[in-house]
Design a protein around this ligand. Structure first.
Ligand code: SF4
Length: 713
């Protein structure tokens, strides 16, 4: 019988031998000077960077790092040696996988495997992690005892919101059973071989660097971060070979328990290595072992409801009906009523039900949610309304896009066959509004109307309500409101980050407006959003307030002392890592360049989004680089201290189109300039990405940045 020491040491030797073989092979083939880059990441080979502190950029450097990894794999009969060897095994796994990326950016193209995670994917996890929509991660190393059990387990985790990484034979089982997989549905087939686990560890350590500002080389910092803040665990089906046991030792060092049904030469370690025969019970056992608390809302519908389905796409051919606001009169509305007018949990459908409508139809449908409560305020209506998008997307087989009277909702044939009806839309909205906003909503009823004629009139009325709301929102400025709000939701991952949310500067994730923060504060007075007074303004130009400084010092636990609301250079707001956009100074034109997560290309700074984003994050201030929300760009307060919107010289064309009307309006208001968006460069008007080319473009267009003073840097 082998000891656990022997199994881990043997397994890490095997992983190292494979790494040595692959690295030496690729070095012999392409030469030591060949570049070694992983796609769309600023963290090179992230495991090596995190644990050894080296940025590997060539194959030769990768080869040299083999000695560092070997040195980590201690062989003394001590627990520490097991853990060190386990972490070394994970790094060796990353090296094996990295060799596949030397000659191509997409070694897994045409296979079911995902491989490397780009930085944008890591950042995408930020918001759902802090809101608890992703309560944890499981790495399942397969195959499961049967295809049916594989599907049951994957779907079981998915329906609880747990993000699923698959490695090995379970992927084949999932493919065979037609399980829908991919990053958006939170089931990712990482790779066939055990060394693909290197991609998962790479994602984890990048989360620690991006959100937690853990510094490369700070091994204890990484372990503390993953133990405290990343709710991950491993399920390994038998037989578990030594090489997987060695990876498991690395996982346990990171704080991730391993659950297996393999008894052979396996040694249970309380809370860390759990041997449990009944694999059908693994979900509950694992969730309990990692101490994950799940938010469960019981909803009476015939299909699953989980945040894991939020990214699901329903294709035309799979759709039973489509509620199509672009061609028909459709809308969604939340409105406040007197308590006497609302009958709690009343759901009515006026017009035909789904089974009376021909398959494939585009229909006119509206749903109006009427709420009543002693402390309910009309200001909360748009906040609730915006959540409808998420609520309906969590229904398996339902896809929702848009808002107000421009919604599009597809209900799949599979849902129809499972018995899903229009009334279930009402059930979802009722259950979620009542559970998420229970402190202000006492009663809630939903009216669903189906049919062209009634909705034509109802839509007109809904639009009057939307117009009134817009007027009120437009009149809301930083000067007109009595207080600002702090938001520390991201501290779960970025311990010293604080957003100060104002009407003209929403949270950098783009998901928290001033009204959202106000509602959050009133719904949960001890919660993440607190009132920040604005009585002691020190400098209007930069938006410097004594009150804000005090709040930031308190909520960052002393990590920050001064923050301005409107400056990029003087004590700018910190970034947690899950920002929608990042801006940085472009020194040739003395303007700023903005890029966003969706744009993978190069900016005129010679940096991609990932590279710019790596300049900031983790709750630290980096004058000259700042994360922010998309809607902040068109704000009258955008970089007010540095000249405002007139500093904007370049942004990706897709983002430009999204905010075109708004930036045009702001530039007209602030500078009297028409069609400002056309003066701003993008990847089409400045294809070379050369700053001189951009400057020529700006000169030709008469861009206002050319009349501004240079930055004081
Ligand atoms: S507002 Fe700021 S702290 Fe709050 S969730 Fe968004 S990014 Fe995080």
């Amino acid at each position: 019988m082998k000891t656990l020491f022997e199994r881990v040491f043997n397994g890490s030797d095997q992983m190292f031998a494979k790494a040595e073989e692959e690295v030496n092979k690729i070095a012999a083939e392409v030469g030591r000077d060949a570049p070694m880059t992983m796609p769309s990441t600023a963290y090179c080979l992230a495991c090596i960077y995190a644990y050894i502190g080296k940025k590997v950029t060539t194959v030769g450097e990768l080869q040299d790092t083999l000695a560092d990894v070997k040195a980590m794999m201690l062989r003394e009969p001590r627990t520490n040696s097991i853990f060190q060897s386990g972490v070394g095994t994970a790094i060796a796994a990353e090296m094996i996988e990295a060799c596949k990326y030397v000659k191509t950016d997409a070694p897994y193209e045409g296979t079911p495997y995902h491989g490397h995670f780009v930085d944008a994917e890591v950042r995408e996890l930020g918001v759902p992690l802090v809101t608890g929509d992703i309560p944890g991660f499981v790495v399942i190393i397969g195959p499961a005892p049967s295809t049916e059990e594989a599907v049951e387990t994957i779907k079981g985790y998915q329906s609880r919101g747990i993000f699923v990484f698959l490695i090995g034979g379970i992927i084949e089982q999932a493919v065979e059973a037609g399980v829908s997989m991919g990053f958006p549905v939170r089931v990712v087939p990482v790779g066939e071989e055990i060394w693909s686990v290197g991609h998962v560890i790479s994602l984890v350590v990048r989360a620690a660097m991006i959100f937690g500002n853990v510094q490369p080389g700070d091994c204890d910092g990484f372990h503390k971060y993953t133990f405290d803040r990343i709710n991950a665990f491993v399920n390994a089906y038998k037989p578990v070979p030594d090489i997987t046991v060695a990876c498991g030792a690395g996982a346990i060092k990171l704080g991730f328990p391993v659950i297996t049904n393999d008894h052979d030469d396996m040694w249970a370690v309380p809370k860390s290595l759990i041997i449990y025969d009944d694999t059908k019970d693994w979900i509950d056992t694992s969730i309990e072992a990692r101490g994950i608390k799940l938010k469960i809302t019981k909803i009476d519908i015939p299909v699953a409801f989980s945040s894991a389905f939020e990214g699901e796409i329903i294709r035309k051919g799979d759709m039973q009906v489509e509620i199509d606001g672009s061609r028909k009169d459709c809308f969604e509305l939340v409105t406040t009523k007197d308590a006497s007018e609302v009958e709690d949990h009343k759901i009515v459908v006026e017009g035909p039900e789904i089974d009376e409508i021909p398959v494939g139809s585009k229909i006119s449908l509206s749903y109006t949610v009427e709420v009543a409560g002693k402390t309910m305020q009309p200001d909360f209506e748009p906040v609730f309304e915006r959540k409808i998008h998420q609520f309906l997307n969590c229904v398996e087989g339902v896809m929702h896009t848009g808002q107000r009277d421009m919604i599009r909702v597809r209900i799949s044939k599979a849902d129809y066959e499972a018995g899903f009806k229009f009334k279930h839309i009402g059930e979802v909205l009722y259950a979620k509004i009542k559970s998420e906003f229970d402190t202000v909503v006492d009663k809630c009823q939903v009216k669903i109307v189906v049919g062209d004629e009634p909705n034509a009139a109802l839509r007109k009325h809904a639009n009057e309500i939307f117009d009134k709301r817009d007027e009120r929102l437009k009149s809301m400025t930083d000067e007109s409101v009595p207080v600002f709000y702090s938001c520390i939701m991201c501290q779960a991952f970025s311990p010293s980050h604080v957003c100060i949310v104002t009407p003209e500067r929403l949270g950098l994730c783009g998901a928290v407006s001033w009204l959202d923060a106000k509602a959050t504060n009133e719904l949960d007075p001890q919660g993440p959003c607190q009132v920040v007074t604005k009585e002691r303004c020190l400098d209007e130009r930069t938006g410097r307030y004594e009150d804000v400084d005090e709040a930031v010092a308190e909520y960052s636990h002393g990590a920050l002392e001064h923050v301005t609301l409107y400056s990029l250079l003087e004590d700018p707001m910190t970034s947690c890592g899950c920002f929608e956009c990042i801006c940085g100074i472009e020194p040739v034109s003395m303007g700023v360049v903005i890029t966003c997560r969706e744009f993978a290309g190069m900016t005129p700074l010679g940096m991609t989004f990932s590279e710019m984003a790596s300049m900031t994050g983790g709750g630290v201030q980096t004058p000259g680089f700042m994360g922010h929300g998309k809607h902040y760009i068109a704000s009258h307060k955008f970089l007010k201290a540095e000249g405002g919107l007139a500093r904007l010289v370049w942004l990706p064309s897709e983002l430009k189109e999204q905010i075109r009307d708004k930036i045009n309006e702001t530039a007209k208001d602030l500078y009297g300039i028409e069609n400002f968006a056309d003066m701003v460069g993008d990847e089409n008007s400045c294809p070379s990405g050369d700053p001189e080319e951009l400057l020529n473009f700006l000169t030709e267009k008469g861009h206002p940045v050319l009349g501004l003073e240079p930055f004081e840097m």
